[in-house]
Design a protein around this ligand. Structure first.
Ligand code: SAM
Ligand code: SF4
Length: 346
């Protein structure tokens, strides 16, 4: 690992055309997953040929380039980041930037491999993780994830806690599926010390069929309704806690826990958007809600000198749009954005 660069030697930070500094990079390390959540993937998903993926060394080089240009937070996601072979090498490599430009290294995971990796994650400098868990009912869990087992994920969360990692639970709100369970999730998270974020289902990627498990129009449950319902039983106190993203947080007075709501279908967070997303093939998406992307794999492979890569990154950031175009069209259950969430990792 190189010595930290002095302020003069560091390249200029990345700022987009709307004067938003780009300080947060989310990296999808694989499009593969050991689950097949109904809102995210079809059961017979086709994955990319391995040859198209960036190597872990290439990902480390790209992330390093972003950190030198002002990115202070890295989140690994996927697909399921912990199913990529040798992913802990990448985690350790990225962890070496902590305190040298990077403030936080974190990941979003389905939790299935956490029992195995929690200790190594903590040793590499990871302090907080997001675990996606939509229900505490084993049968519903199996129905939502198709291939997942709740006990395995709960054991993973326990291992994460034992390793000293703070765990935030992310749950997608699904009408007719887990809408009777939010009280239980709020109570469990409050008792076990996890923040909880509820997420509105987003229209990304065709999942096959208007009335099948992938029908997001039927699953769409506005969080304004969920919050109004929760307020009948819980005292929700507004907080000014922000993570730079779309979540708004409340404090649940009865449990002391934090409760967030991510409503991506509103535009109210775009003006403070500080993030871009890198896919496992090296495409950079400047907005979760738009299809525009920039190829960073070609400049990355063109030269070992970062000047070519730097020019490509700057050109991409100059194209970051002002806001997104998500609409759940009430007459059309299709996808507003054609790629699947597992491409950019949410
Ligand atoms: N496999 C990891 C996981 O499940 O946490 C990381 C990748 S997953 C794509 C990231 C997040 O996106 C998860 O919290 C998942 O619930 C969410 N997600 C996937 N498809 C979604 C959709 N159509 N709408 C809203 N959230 C979605
Ligand atoms: Fe896999 Fe995460 Fe998508 Fe579920 S949400 S299928 S765990 S990538």
């Amino acid at each position: 690992m190189d010595a930290p660069l002095s302020a003069d030697a560091r390249p200029a930070p990345l700022v987009d055309p709307y004067a938003r500094p780009i300080s947060y990079l989310r990296v999808s390390v694989t499009d593969r997953c050991d689950f097949r959540c109904v809102y995210c993937m079809s059961e017979d998903m086709h994955f990319l040929p391995k040859a198209e993926l960036l190597t872990l060394e290439e990902m480390a080089r790209l992330c390093g380039a972003f950190v030198r240009r002002g990115v202070r937070k890295l989140r690994l996601t996927g697909g399921e980041p912990l199913v990529r072979r040798n992913v802990m090498w990448l985690v350790r490599e990225l962890g070496s930037h902590l305190g040298r430009g990077l403030d936080e290294l974190t990941l979003t995971t389905n939790g299935s491999q956490l029992a195995k990796y929690a200790g190594e994650l903590a040793a590499a400098g990871v302090r907080r993780i997001n675990v996606s868990l939509d229900t505490l009912d084993p049968e519903k869990f199996a129905a939502i994830t198709r291939w997942g087992r709740l006990d395995q994920v709960l054991a993973g969360i326990d291992a994460a806690k034992a390793a000293g990692l703070a765990v935030k639970i992310n749950a997608v709100a699904l009408k007719g599926v887990n809408d009777g369970e939010f009280d239980r999730l709020v109570e469990w998270c409050g008792r076990d010390g996890h923040d909880l974020t509820l997420i509105e289902v987003m229209p990304m990627g065709e999942l096959g069929g208007e009335s099948g498990p992938g029908d997001r129009l039927a699953q769409y449950l506005p969080l304004s309704m969920v919050r109004a319902d929760l307020k009948k039983r819980w005292t929700l106190e507004e907080t000014d806690y922000r993570t730079g993203g779309p979540a708004r947080y409340w404090r649940v007075k009865e449990t002391g826990g934090r409760l967030g709501f991510i409503t991506p279908l509103t535009h109210n967070f775009c003006e403070s958007c500080n993030r871009v997303r890198l896919t496992c093939t090296g495409m950079l998406y400047m907005c979760l809600g738009q299809d525009d992307s920039a190829d960073l794999r070609t400049p990355l492979r063109a030269s070992p000198d970062d000047a070519v890569l730097d020019a490509a990154i700057r050109e991409a950031i100059a194209r970051k749009p002002k806001g997104h175009d998500f609409v759940i069209d009430r007459r059309r259950a299709g996808a507003a954005v054609s790629r699947h969430m597992s491409v950019t990792g949410g």
